[in-house]
Design a protein around this ligand. Structure first.
Ligand code: ZN
Length: 392
């Protein structure tokens, strides 16, 4: 809850952080074209004085917030080369969320609901949860005119042992958001629909206004607020779902590359166009795609927290094989929702059949290889990366 002067300063610091990101990124691109190696965070901090010389307004920012940008950019490259993220991009004003970070110099008084930030002074805040562990940094960000302080902490935790002992396979779909091999399923969130019709109404009204006029600005704000609302609801839904599943199962198997597969099959090819392309396309579609990959990401780290693990199995015949007799045929799957085995007559919801097959494939992989060790090792590695970033 910053006051007016603090808000103005914070907007400036966020703008400066974006400027440094873009300058450093442009320099990296130029270096790359000259066949030079990508510069490390350390090397990039040597670029800062020249930047401040050219753009004097950068000197207003606490210099540690600008150094953090170079750390972030170096980490963005690292994530890209490790295949965890897309290639870094230029940050556009108003598009990417505005933020800056303090690695030190802050003071936190949770009992007084206030935080001290260098150059900004004491700022009151609304507490969302208890801060546990040693504070490593504080990131200040702005979304839709609201300011947030994210506090990252570090603490020693013993390697947890899973309390659950079961293994479960999960199949994701459109009619059912997720189906578990134990027969339970999670319905998609219907409240999205209501907000989406609202969203398209606001979007239509925005398109009728004169661009950049006062009324257009107002309409645009309504659109972005509704976007934020939908995103919040989706996040909430995904977190509740992934937490519940992670708590109840020690082993979780999902299908690999499911998202890419489904989008492709919807579109089809020019010679053989897919069916129901329209229904599967558009906003709903992209929200679902994002939801599935975010769902998987959450399951993965929550499993690591709980001492369980998650493994992705290659999608081979998981939707065509009969879990009862093993008969594998395309015709087993009569429609999107129904599975009827042509050999033994076993009939079940197709998504449940998929989930059962995913679970079996996952267990088979564990039995015959060192997948578990690999999964553990890669989880360890990403924690290690984060630790190194913070140390730098
Ligand atoms: Zn069968």
């Amino acid at each position: 809850m910053p006051n007016g002067a603090q808000q103005r300063d914070m907007r400036r610091y966020a703008g400066n952080a974006r400027k440094v990101w873009n300058l450093a990124f442009a320099q990296q691109q130029a270096n790359h074209e000259a066949d030079e190696k990508f510069a490390s965070a350390m090397v990039m901090t040597y670029w800062l004085p020249a930047m401040k010389e050219t753009f004097a307004f950068l000197k207003d920012s606490p210099s540690q917030t600008l150094q953090q940008v170079t750390t972030d950019l170096a980490f963005a490259y690292k994530n890209f080369f490790a295949g965890r993220a897309d290639f870094p991009k230029f940050k556009k004003k108003g598009k990417s969320s505005d933020s800056f970070r303090f690695p030190q110099g802050f003071k936190l008084e949770p009992h007084n609901n206030r935080v001290f930030l260098p150059k900004l002074g004491w700022i009151c805040y609304r507490n969302s949860r208890a801060v546990v562990g040693t504070i490593k940094n504080i990131t200040v960000s702005c979304t839709n005119g609201q300011w947030f302080a994210s506090i990252q902490t570090e603490q020693e935790v013993a390697q947890p042992l899973p309390t659950a002992t079961t293994a479960v396979g999960i199949d994701v779909g459109i009619a059912r958001f997720a189906t578990l091999s134990d027969g339970t399923f999670i319905a998609p969130v219907n409240s999205f629909k209501q907000h989406q019709s609202k969203l398209s109404r606001y979007q239509r009204s925005m398109s009728r206004k004169v661009k950049f006029s006062k009324n257009w600005q107002k309409a645009r704000q309504k659109v972005s607020k509704t976007h934020a609302r939908i995103a919040n609801m989706r996040r909430d839904f995904l977190h509740k779902t992934s937490t519940a599943i992670s708590k109840n199962h020690a082993m979780i198997f999902v299908e690999d590359l499911k998202v890419a597969n489904m989008s492709k099959s919807a579109k089809g090819t020019a010679a053989k166009p897919g069916r129901k392309v329209r229904q599967k396309a558009g906003l709903n579609r992209s929200i679902l795609d994002q939801s599935w990959s975010e769902f998987r990401r959450q399951l993965e780290y929550k499993q690591a927290w709980n001492g369980g693990w998650l493994d992705a199995v290659p999608p081979q015949y998981t939707s065509q094989e009969c879990p009862c007799c093993g008969h594998t045929a395309k015709d087993n799957r009569k429609t999107q929702a129904h599975f009827v085995c042509l050999d033994c007559g076993f009939a079940e919801h197709a998504d449940l059949v998929g989930a059962i097959n995913i679970r079996r494939a996952g267990l088979a992989r564990l039995a015959c290889g060192d997948t578990l060790l690999e999964v553990r090792a890669s989880a360890q590695e990403s924690t290690e990366d984060t630790r190194q970033l913070l140390a730098a």
